[in-house]
Design a protein around this ligand. Structure first.
Ligand SMILES: [Zn+2]
Ligand SMILES: [Zn+2]
Length: 85
């Protein structure tokens, strides 16, 4: 009876070790809001205008209002300037 109890405790201990000791590494990322350069994949911050790695423009000046907006946006969110052309 006691042997069985000890066996169960050891089993629980092993399971605990497996689940607590293994993968935690995905939490190790640098912790900015996973913004990446669309060209080279280098981590960037939201307010970067050029990529510090490949110096590609990440934002450009809106022709309508002069604010910096993402190059892949189709219209300016500030003044609704259409950028398709
Ligand atoms: Zn880049
Ligand atoms: Zn604008």
């Amino acid at each position: 009876m006691i042997m069985m109890l000890i066996g169960i405790i050891i089993l629980i201990f092993i399971v605990y070790l497996i689940y607590s000791g293994s993968p935690r590494e995905y939490r190790h990322s640098i912790g900015n809001k996973d913004a990446k350069c669309y060209s080279c994949g280098h981590g960037i911050q939201e307010d970067f205008i050029y990529c510090p790695q490949c110096s590609i423009p990440l934002k450009e000046k809106c022709k309508g209002c002069g604010k910096y907006i993402n190059t892949d946006w189709r219209s300016c969110p500030y003044c609704n300037d259409q950028r398709l052309g």
